[in-house]
Design a protein around this ligand. Structure first.
Ligand code: PLP
Ligand code: TYF
Length: 404
């Protein structure tokens, strides 16, 4: 009976959010969860999303019917173009199948479930560290987990040699999970030259790339630049899959808009392979969620399929990524100006939602207690939590804790 169910630990991130909410100190700073905040520390509904919602409201055919099992077709086809590029040969040659999912998390899960069923016995390799949910999702479908070195504590950049060395020794067919841009939690991405070498080793060793794309356009402000690695791997002929999220780049967090894409290499029977894969994905989807949520997909589809709205979206992406990049510059120069012990170039070298500050767990707990600044124990800060009102306070708190 229920006595056999043990108490599970609280999710650390959600625990941190609760602690922040309960803190009554007026200068408290929330650098925990990876969600965009504007310069007033408030959630931001993208102006383009407001416009798209108005389009939906005025649509006389709007209803609440179920979507098809694979999701809203206008959304999934536009999502393929967004991540693979509008003129992608993979799309032209019908080597891609796409299923709308419960955002990026659901896409990672559907992919993991599919691989556990049809590619049994393979291990998955995660970067050390990675988004903690990767561990839980793949464990749930009984895929064996291994890790490859990624973050160098010494340089606070990429441990490229360690990464290549471990990947190069993985068994043939192993799945390698790669963050396509804006690595969570470190903010450290390979350069294009490094991606090329990763691709070369993975091809030699016949490894299977699983791209997690949660920050396209949000990282650099340029949708194409942030999809470069995925497109390069596809050019190299890999069979691969992609989990795509619209949580951050459209700010649709709670609407759960995303896609899972499976791409095969070019071959004469690629189209029939894709048709078989699509049929199996549909069965998995049907047993798990029946059909995906409609609203977020409709909003995204309105943006993706309209030239004017798409241009406005690119503007909104530049607003978000630009503010974050500015906060990186300001934080780094404040620490440099104060002569805070250590090097701080990693703050501006890292990209995307997060920075891995290099603060130790002890320092993280101290800064929480002394300055009411909330960040995860690994020293990760959500850059979007910083703004022109609190960045000076935060920089001084870091300076103090580092000197103690
Ligand atoms: N993958 C990574 C690396 C993430 O950082 C996130 C969100 O933080 C996700 C996937 C999934 O987010 P969502 O399920 O909201 O799309
Ligand atoms: O801050 C992070 O790393 C993410 C945020 O369903 C998050 O874990 C929270 C909830 C969720 C997906 C991502």
């Amino acid at each position: 009976d229920a006595d056999v169910v043990p108490q599970a630990p609280e999710d650390p991130l959600f625990g941190l959010m609760a602690a922040y909410r309960n803190d009554t100190f007026d200068k408290k700073v929330d650098l925990g969860i990876g969600a965009y905040r504007d310069n007033n520390a408030k959630p931001w509904v993208l102006p383009v999303v407001k416009k798209a919602e108005e389009v939906l409201r005025n649509d006389p055919d709007f209803n609440h019917e179920y979507l098809p099992i694979a999701g809203l077709a206008n959304f999934t086809s536009a999502s393929q173009k967004l991540v693979l590029g509008a003129d992608s040969p993979a799309i032209k040659e019908k080597r891609v199948t796409t299923v709308q999912t419960i955002s990026g998390t659901g896409a990672v899960h559907l992919g993991a479930l599919f691989l556990s069923k049809f590619y049994p016995g393979r291990s998955v390799y995660f970067s050390d560290p990675t988004w903690v949910n990767h561990h839980q999702i793949f464990t749930n479908v009984h895929i064996k987990i291994a890790t490859y070195p990624y973050f160098s504590a010494k340089t606070k950049g990429l441990d490229f040699e360690g990464m290549l060395d471990t990947i190069g020794k993985a068994a043939e067919g192993s799945i390698v999970l790669l963050h396509s841009c804006a690595h969570n939690p470190t903010g450290v991405d390979p350069t294009q030259e490094q991606w090329k070498e990763i691709s070369k080793v993975m091809k030699e060793k016949k490894l299977f790339p699983f791209f997690d794309s949660a920050y396209q356009g949000f990282a650099s402000g340029d949708l194409n630049k942030d999809a470069w690695a995925i497109r390069y791997f596809i050019e190299q002929g890999f069979e691969l899959c992609i989990a795509q999220s619209y949580s951050k780049n459209l700010g649709l967090y709670g609407e759960r808009a995303g896609c899972f894409h499976f791409v095969t290499g070019a071959s004469s029977d690629a189209e029939s392979t894709i048709s078989r894969i699509a049929s199996q994905l549909a069965i998995l989807q049907r047993s798990e969620i029946s059909n995906p949520p409609a609203y977020g997909a409709r909003v995204a589809s309105a943006v993706l399929n309209d030239e004017a709205l798409f241009a406005q979206w690119e503007e909104d992406l530049r607003t978000m990524s630009g503010r974050i990049i500015e906060m990186r510059d300001v934080l780094r120069s404040k620490l440099d100006e104060m002569g805070t012990p250590g090097t701080w170039n990693h703050i501006t070298d890292q990209i995307g939602m997060f920075s891995y500050t290099g603060l130790t767990e002890k320092q993280v707990l101290k800064i929480r207690e002394a300055a009411h600044v909330y960040m995860t124990k690994n020293g990760r800060i959500s850059m979007a939590g910083l703004n022109t009102n609190n960045i000076d306070y935060f920089a001084k708190a870091v300076d103090k804790v580092v000197r103690e």
